[in-house]
Ligand binder design. Structure first.
Ligand SMILES: NC(=O)c1ccc[n+]([C@@H]2O[C@H](COP(=O)([O-])OP(=O)(O)OC[C@H]3O[C@@H](n4cnc5c(N)ncnc54)[C@H](OP(=O)(O)O)[C@@H]3O)[C@@H](O)[C@H]2O)c1
Length: 331
């Protein structure tokens, strides 16, 4: 079968023929129709990810049809259209993943291929309102944003929510879900075009984080926030406590723009703020994500679709963050 293989540090994105996976009992084989990039895949290809392993088929996100099972388990899925939860072996605590947690596409072979194997428990019916590209765009970013917003951030109807860097795959789906949940959502982006697109998706207003006074602009527009979702960190993060209402939650899961800068801690304790780290989500978060996007017929934003053979082009676009939403591979 054809696949995109992380071959070596020098050749991280190689389109080539590889062996089709063989199944153990409890596993199912999914014929991939579409897959999607996450910044994780990019970090892996530039060597900035823990546990690099060569060779590995890249890709955490995928949607397709179940074509084979390794035993009786999962037989009811044969011929069904599915999406895959890429977060495996979460563990026993709902609060954090255990030490055996892993994500599809490193260390196990991933979805940038004609076929991927996964355990039957990680496949879910593809929501009927999603085509293959939209379905592939959902899992990792949707799961992470869902847990950040609702499980950790406790966002609810009427809350004022800020999404930092709305152009991100995670940021755009967070915006869509927060709007659907009845929150008043504000956004930041480094691009005026993306701010306009966010407004079309229901954002109340947005500001460009490249402006010197972006935090002041936001404060004038929105007052304070109850929940802030951030995946950038960097210098801008220091301003977030100023923008919080008392009792607010700042939830973050990435560091695209750097690390946590010096922060005025007094604002955090005086306002009783919570700064919460989060990573992906468990099976309950994934079920909650599917329920929410099905009820509200949310379609993840797909910026561009590439062929599997052209995956390198998709990675190049991600490097410059010119996309709004997700970059998808049609398989
Ligand atoms: N821990 C987890 O479970 C988990 C899960 C998913 C993602 N992540 C991490 O979260 C981050 C986002 O992932 P993704 O896949 O959504 O990435 P992505 O689609 O590549 O989006 C990256 C976005 O970051 C925004 N950005 C860049 N510099 C910024 C800055 N200085 N201030 C604010 N925003 C900035 C940009 O938004 P604009 O285009 O709007 O300017 C850009 O589009 C990555 O670091 C990723 O590794 C972690």
């Amino acid at each position: 079968m054809k696949a995109i293989v992380l071959e070596s540090a020098e050749n991280p994105i190689v389109y080539k023929d590889v062996e089709k996976p063989t199944l153990a009992p409890g596993e199912v084989l999914v014929q991939i129709k579409a897959a999607a990039l996450n910044r994780r895949d990019y970090w892996i290809t530039v060597g900035k990810y823990a546990g690099l392993k060569y060779p590995t088929i890249l890709g955490a996100d995928g949607a397709g049809i179940v074509v084979e099972t390794g035993g009786d388990e999962g037989k009811e899925w044969l011929g069904k259209e599915v999406v895959i939860n890429p977060g495996n072996n979460w563990g026993d605590s709902p609060d954090f993943q255990g030490k055996h947690f892993k994500i599809l596409g490193l260390p196990d072979d991933g979805t940038f291929a004609e076929y991927v194997k996964t355990r039957a428990e990680y496949i879910y019916a593809k929501p009927a309102h999603l085509n293959w590209e939209h379905a592939a765009a959902l899992p990792l970013a949707g799961l992470t944003a869902y847990r950040a917003l609702f499980t950790k951030g406790r966002a609810k109807k009427g809350d004022k929510v800020l999404i930092v860097g709305v152009g991100a795959g995670t940021g755009s789906i967070a915006l869509q879900m927060a709007v659907a949940a009845g929150c008043q959502v504000f956004v930041t982006s480094g691009s005026g075009d993306k701010l306009q697109q966010a407004k079309k998706l229901g954002a109340a207003a947005g500001v460009n984080y490249k402006a010197q006074d972006w935090a002041q602009q936001l404060h004038e527009l929105a007052g304070g926030f109850d929940v802030i979702i951030d995946s950038a960190l960097g210098e801008g993060f220091a301003k977030l406590p100023d923008l919080c209402n008392p009792g607010a939650r700042i939830v973050f899961f990435g560091g695209t723009a750097g690390d946590i800068p010096a922060i005025n801690g007094r604002k955090i304790f005086w306002k009783q703020l919570q700064i919460l780290g989060t990573t992906m989500g468990n099976q309950d978060d994934f079920k909650g994500l599917l329920k929410l996007i099905t009820e509200h017929e949310i379609k993840p934003i797909v910026d561009e679709v590439f062929t599997l053979a052209n995956a390198k082009e998709a990675f190049k676009r991600m490097e410059y963050s010119s996309q709004f939403g997700k970059l998808v591979l049609s398989v």
